[in-house]
Design a protein around this ligand. Structure first.
Ligand code: HEM
Ligand code: HEM
Length: 362
C-alpha cells in the first residue's frame, strides 16, 4: 500500500497565512464601508461613502491653514486653488453692502424731500436785484461740470452693477438687464480714469479758495443758517461748501485709487486685496453719492440764485450779500457789480426792462 507522503508543516503554515491575508484583503474594504454610517454634511441624502479625495480637497480649500500650495505657475495667488474668503466677500456684497447702499440712497431722498417740504426753498430777503457780479470763470465752470457729469455717469453705472439685479431684472427681464449691466461695466471701466483727471483739475482750480479761515467756525456753530433766522457770515465759499469740497477731493481720491486697483489687476494685487479694495471703493462711492444728492439739491432747486453762478458765471449781488457777505462786501468795495442790461449783453441774451415790458403789455 502506498502511503501518502506527509505534507510538510511549513507548507501548511504558509498556505494558511496566504489564505488569511487574502481573506483579510477581501474583508477590509467592506469593514471600512460598514464603519461609515456617519452622514457627511456635503453628501446628498442616503449617500454615505467616504470620498477618497476628501482629505485632498480639504487641503485644497485650506479652511484651517491659510498657506499657499506649490504650483508650477508663477503668478500671484497661483498656489491657492480656492480662495476661502471669496464666499464671505460675495455674500457680504450681495447682502449687507448692496442692501445698506439701497437704504442710504432711499434715506437721502426722503431727507431732501422732507427738508423741501418743511423749510421750502431758501429765498433771498428782498428778492433778486438783477445786478450781477462775476463768480466763476468759464474754465472753472467747465471743471465743475466735467467733474459732475463724470461723477454722475460713474455713479449711475456703478449703481446698476450694485443694485441692478433686484431693481432692473423685474422691470426689463434678464436679457435686457444683461445688456445694460455689461454696457455699464465697460462704460464704468473706460470713463473711470477721467474722474481722477477732473479731480486733479478741481483740486488745482478751487483748492486755494477752500482753505478754512477763522470766521468759518461761526458758520458751523449756527448750523449753516439752518438754525435760527438770517444768513450766517461767509467768505467766497462758506464752511459747508468747503467741507463738501474737501470731501469730494479726499473721498474722491480714495474712490479713484481703489477703482484703478480694481480695473487693472496686473500689479501683483491678489484676490483678498481685490476684495477689500472693492468694499472700500463701493462704500466710499456710496458715501459721496449720498452727500452729492444734498449738494445737487442746494445748488439748484433748494437755494434761490445759486445755480446761476455755475450756469453763467455770474450771481446776483443780493445772493452774494446774503450767502457770502464778506465776499459781497469786497465786490461792492471794488465796484465789480454789473447792471442787469450789461449782464444780459455779456451773456448774449436781452432782458426786457420793466417799463418796456409794461408798454409791450407783457
Ligand atoms: C445737478 C448737479 C449739480 C448742481 C446743480 C451743482 C451746482 C453747484 C453750484 C451752484 C456750485 C457753486 C456754489 C457757489 O457758488 O458757492 C457748485 C459747486 C461745486 N460743486 Fe456742484 N453741482 C452739481 C453736481 C456736482 C457733483 C456731482 C459734484 C461732484 C461730486 C459737484 C461738486 C462741486 C464742487 C466740488 C463745488 C465747489 C465747492 C467749493 O469749492 O467749495 N457738483 N455746484
Ligand atoms: C477712477 C475712477 C474709477 C474707476 C477706475 C472705477 C472702477 C471700478 C471697477 C473696476 C469696478 C468693479 C466693476 C465690476 O464689477 O467689474 C467698480 C465698481 C463700482 N464703482 Fe467704480 N470706479 C471709479 C470711480 C467711481 C465713482 C466716482 C463712483 C461713484 C460715484 C463709483 C462707483 C462704483 C460702484 C457703486 C461700483 C459697484 C460695486 C459693485 O458692483 O459691487 N466708481 N468701479
Amino acid at each position: 500500500m502506498l502511503s501518502k507522503p506527509p505534507v510538510p508543516a511549513g507548507l501548511v503554515i504558509l498556505l494558511a497565512l496566504l489564505l488569511a491575508v487574502s481573506l483579510l484583503a477581501l474583508a477590509l474594504p467592506h469593514a471600512a464601508s460598514a464603519q461609515v454610517p456617519q452622514k457627511h454634511p456635503d453628501f446628498p441624502e442616503g449617500v454615505s461613502a467616504i470620498n477618497p479625495g476628501a482629505d485632498l480637497w480639504r487641503d485644497v480649500r485650506q479652511r484651517d491653514l491659510p498657506t499657499a500650495g506649490i504650483s508650477q505657475v508663477r503668478q500671484v495667488d497661483s498656489g491657492i486653488l480656492i480662495n476661502v474668503h471669496g464666499d464671505r466677500w460675495a455674500r457680504f456684497r450681495m447682502t449687507s453692502l448692496a442692501q445698506y447702499s439701497g437704504y442710504a440712497l432711499a434715506a437721502i431722498f426722503v431727507i431732501v424731500v422732507a427738508f423741501y417740504a418743511i423749510r421750502g426753498r431758501i429765498l433771498i430777503e428782498g428778492g433778486l436785484s438783477g445786478n450781477m457780479v462775476r463768480r466763476f470763470s468759464d474754465y472753472e465752470r467747465v471743471v465743475h461740470w466735467t467733474l459732475a457729469i463724470v461723477f454722475l455717469f460713474l455713479a449711475l453705472t456703478g449703481l446698476v452693477l450694485l443694485l441692478g439685479r433686484p431693481l432692473l431684472i423685474p422691470l426689463f427681464g434678464k436679457e435686457i438687464f444683461g445688456l445694460i449691466a455689461s454696457a455699464s461695466k465697460e462704460g464704468h471701466n473706460l470713463f473711470g480714469p477721467l474722474f481722477l483727471v477732473s479731480l486733479v483739475m478741481m483740486l488745482i482750480s478751487f483748492g486755494r479758495r477752500n482753505i478754512y479761515e477763522k470766521g468759518d467756525m461761526r458758520w458751523l456753530l449756527k448750523g449753516g443758517g439752518l438754525i435760527g433766522d438770517g444768513h450766517v457770515s461767509g467768505g467766497f465759499f462758506n464752511m459747508g461748501e468747503k467741507t463738501w469740497y474737501w470731501m469730494v477731493i479726499l473721498i474722491g481720491f480714495v474712490i479713484a485709487i481703489s477703482g484703478l486697483i480694481l480695473v487693472s489687476p496686473n500689479f501683483g494685487q491678489g484676490r483678498v486685496v481685490m476684495e477689500v479694495t472693492h468694499v472700500i471703493h463701493t462704500a466710499s462711492a456710496m458715501l459721496l453719492i449720498v452727500v452729492s444728492v444734498g449738494h445737487m439739491y442746494l445748488g439748484s432747486l433748494g437755494s434761490e440764485g445759486a445755480l446761476e453762478g455755475m450756469k453763467t458765471g455770474y450771481v446776483d449781488i443780493n445772493w452774494a450779500d446774503a450767502h457770502h457777505d464778506r465776499w459781497g462786501k469786497a465786490c461792492h468795495a471794488q465796484d465789480l457789480i454789473v447792471s442787469a442790461d450789461e449782464y444780459a449783453r455779456l451773456i448774449g441774451t436781452r432782458t426786457v426792462p420793466a417799463d418796456e415790458a409794461v408798454e409791450q403789455g407783457k
